[in-house]
Design a protein around this ligand. Structure first.
Ligand SMILES: NC(=O)c1ccc[n+]([C@@H]2O[C@H](COP(=O)([O-])OP(=O)(O)OC[C@H]3O[C@@H](n4cnc5c(N)ncnc54)[C@H](O)[C@@H]3O)[C@@H](O)[C@H]2O)c1
Length: 330
C-alpha cells in the first residue's frame, strides 16, 4: 500500500475523450480523462501532451495545466507520472504504448479500441507481457452500475436461464459497419463478453462492412447463449443497446435506457404470461468514475489486476477482425 502522496496523472491526447467531452452539457460526469482525474480527491493532472497547439491551449485554459508537450517521449522523460492516460486516435496507441513502457509508469489507461489493427493489438499484448506497468483498456461499460447489475441478475438466475441476447450499435446515417465496430462496437463486444463471461464465437455474418448504405448482422455465440449484433449505417441517430431474453424475464439496457421485466399472469390473454415492467432505473452509472477508481486502486496496490485488461481489449479486437473478415471487407 503506497503512502498518501498526491497521485500524479498525465494525459496524451487532449481532444474529446481526453478533455472536451467534460463540457458536453448532457453527458454524465465525469465524461473525460481530465474530468475523472480532477474529480478524484487524491489526484492531480501534472502534464498533458498533444500534437495540436490549439488543443494544448484549450487544455491549459480548461484545467489550469501548464506542463504541456507536443511530444510524448519528451513528456515521459521530463515528468514523474503515476497514471498515464493514452487518449489519442487508435492508430497511435501502439507507438505511444511502446514509448510509455520504456519509462517506469505504474499504471496506464489506454483508450479503446486497443489499436487500429489486430496486428498492432497483438504486438501491444506482447510488449505489455514483458513490462511491469499495469494497463487498463477504457471499455467503460463493464464499470457502469447498470451493466454490473445486469451481470448480477444473470449470475443469480433470478429470471432463470439467459436464453439469448440481441445487441444494436448504430452510429449515424452513413457510418460503415467496419468503423462502427472499432468505435462503439468494441464497447459492445467487450460488454457481451463481460455479461456472458465467455469468449464470443462468430457463427456467421450478413452484410457489407464497408457499405455506407447496408447494415451488418453478426450471429455469435458465447457458451450456450446465441447473440445477434446489428450495426452499420441507415439511421440518423445513435443507439447502443442490449436486449437480454431470460426464461422468465427480459432486460433492455443501453445509452439512456434501462427496462427490466418479469413474467407474470397476462393482463391481455387468459391463461398466459406476459412481461411486466419493474420499477428499476439508473440515474447515474458512474462509468468513468469507476474506471478511474480502478486505475487509482491499481496504483495504490489494492489490486493486482484491473477489471478491464489489455487481454480483454485484444479479445474484442479478435472478434471485430473476425466479423469484418467474414463480411468479406477489410
Ligand atoms: N471510451 C469512450 O467512450 C470513448 C469516447 C470517445 C473516444 N474514445 C477513444 O479515444 C481515442 C481518442 O478519440 P477522441 O474522440 O478523443 O479523438 P480526438 O481527435 O478528439 O482527440 C485525439 C487527440 O489526440 C491528438 N493526437 C494525435 N496523435 C497524437 C500523438 N502522437 N501524440 C499526442 N497527441 C496526439 C490529436 O491532436 C487530438 O487532439 C480513440 O481511441 C477513441 O476511440 C473513447
Amino acid at each position: 500500500m503506497k503512502s498518501l502522496q498526491r497521485i500524479r496523472c498525465a494525459i496524451i491526447g487532449l481532444g474529446r475523450i481526453g478533455s472536451a467531452l467534460e463540457f458536453d452539457r448532457f453527458r454524465e460526469k465525469p465524461a473525460s480523462h481530465a474530468g475523472a482525474i480532477m474529480s478524484h480527491p487524491d489526484c492531480d493532472i501534472v502534464a498533458g501532451c498533444d500534437v495540436d497547439s490549439e488543443k494544448r491551449r484549450a487544455f491549459r485554459k480548461a484545467w489550469n495545466c501548464n506542463a504541456l508537450y507536443d511530444d510524448c517521449a519528451r513528456m515521459l522523460d521530463e515528468c514523474e507520472i503515476d497514471i498515464l492516460h493514452i487518449a489519442t486516435p487508435p492508430d497511435t496507441h501502439r507507438a505511444i504504448l511502446e514509448c510509455a513502457l520504456g519509462h517506469t509508469i505504474p499504471v496506464i489507461v489506454c483508450e479503446k479500441p486497443l489499436a487500429a489493427t489486430l496486428t498492432d493489438a497483438e504486438e501491444m499484448a506482447h510488449m505489455a507481457e514483458k513490462s511491469h506497468s499495469r494497463i487498463i483498456i477504457n471499455h467503460e461499460r463493464r464499470y457502469a452500475l447498470n451493466y454490473a447489475h445486469v451481470k448480477k441478475v444473470i449470475a443469480s438466475q433470478q429470471y432463470g436461464r439467459l436464453v439469448s441476447i440481441a445487441a444494436k450499435v448504430y452510429m449515424g446515417y452513413r457510418s460503415k459497419a467496419a468503423d462502427a465496430l472499432l468505435d462503439d462496437g468494441t464497447h459492445m463486444i467487450d460488454l457481451l463478453r463481460f455479461l456472458a463471461n465467455e469468449e464470443l464465437l462468430v457463427h456467421s455474418v450478413m452484410g457489407d462492412a464497408a457499405s455506407t448504405r447496408e447494415p451488418l448482422c453478426a450471429l455469435m455465440k458465447a457458451g450456450a447463449v446465441p447473440m445477434l449484433l446489428e450495426t452499420g449505417p441507415g439511421r440518423d441517430h445513435i443507439v447502443f443497446e442490449v436486449d437480454l431474453s431470460f426464461e422468465r424475464g427480459r432486460i433492455v439496457a443501453g445509452n439512456g435506457i434501462y427496462e427490466e421485466y418479469e413474467s407474470a399472469e397476462s393482463p391481455y390473454y387468459e391463461h398466459m404470461k406476459s412481461l411486466r415492467r419493474k420499477d428499476i432505473s439508473f440515474v447515474k452509472t458512474e462509468y468513468f468514475k469507476r474506471m478511474f477508481d480502478d486505475a487509482v486502486a491499481l496504483f495504490k496496490d489494492e489490486k493486482t489486476a484491473p477489471d478491464s485488461t489489455l487481454k480483454d481489449g485484444l479479445a474484442a479486437m479478435r472478434v471485430i477482425d473476425c466479423i469484418i473478415a467474414m463480411a468479406g471487407q477489410k
